[in-house]
Design a protein around this ligand. Structure first.
Ligand SMILES: *[C@@H]1O[C@H](CO)[C@@H](O)[C@H](O)[C@H]1NC(C)=O
Ligand SMILES: *[C@@H]1O[C@H](CO)[C@@H](O)[C@H](O)[C@H]1NC(C)=O
Length: 184
């Protein structure tokens, strides 16, 4: 009687190992799939930047594409909040950046304040697994940092004091877009 039991326990154990191995391989693939797609999306996002960004998700290597997408949305939300609540006010208090004030106060503040509403749209469709309709919301977010940069370049004809933040934000949004596109 003992033997068949331990044999089946042995089998179950092995099947479990095989299952866990396969699911972790499948999920490490999610990170690679999202980043390959991001790196070939025609933006400046490199595969390494993407791996570094999405690799910081709380599930790590076992994250699914869905996990990676929600992580990217969370990061975009906190980035936009930081830019509005801390980065822009700090730049506005800097006397030497007087000539940048107009874009900081209007265009850039406005676009980043609008991010939560686009994120809400993306989350709503994502929750319904309607990835196709989530895409336009994420796509709109990718243009926000461009609108801010264009203000400095075209209207004020000066260097952007938000160049670094806008660049990172744009890359993060492009990765988010590539990730939701991979879910289709
Ligand atoms: C935006 O997020 C990126 C990645 O997490 C981080 O490196 C960067 O400092 C953040 N920027 C702001 C303004 O929060
Ligand atoms: C003000 O802006 C200038 C130009 O970008 C920069 O060099 C300087 O460090 C800033 N000062 C403060 C207090 O942040």
């Amino acid at each position: 009687m003992k033997r068949p039991n331990s044999l089946s326990a042995f089998l179950v154990f092995h099947l479990l190992i095989i299952f866990l191995f396969h699911s972790s391989v499948a999920n490490a693939d999610a990170l690679q799939e999202a980043c390959k797609s991001a790196a070939s999306s025609g933006t400046e996002v490199t595969y390494e930047f993407c791996l570094q960004f999405l690799g910081e998700n709380p599930q790590g290597q076992s994250a699914s594409l869905e996990n990676l997408f929600t992580f990217s949305l969370d990061q975009l939300a906190s980035n936009a909040t930081n830019i509005v609540n801390s980065v822009i006010p700090k730049l506005l208090s800097n006397e030497t950046l007087r000539s940048a004030q107009k874009c900081l106060e209007t265009t850039c503040s406005d676009v980043f304040k609008g991010v939560p509403s686009d994120l809400a749209g993306a989350r709503r469709y994502f929750k319904e697994k309607d990835y196709r309709n989530a895409i336009p919301y994420v796509s709109a977010i990718t243009t926000d940092s461009d609108t801010c940069e264009d203000c400095f370049r075209d209207d004020l004809k000066r260097e952007s004091p938000l160049a670094r933040e806008d660049d990172i934000f744009h890359k993060m949004a492009s990765i988010s877009l590539a990730t939701v596109t991979s879910l289709l």
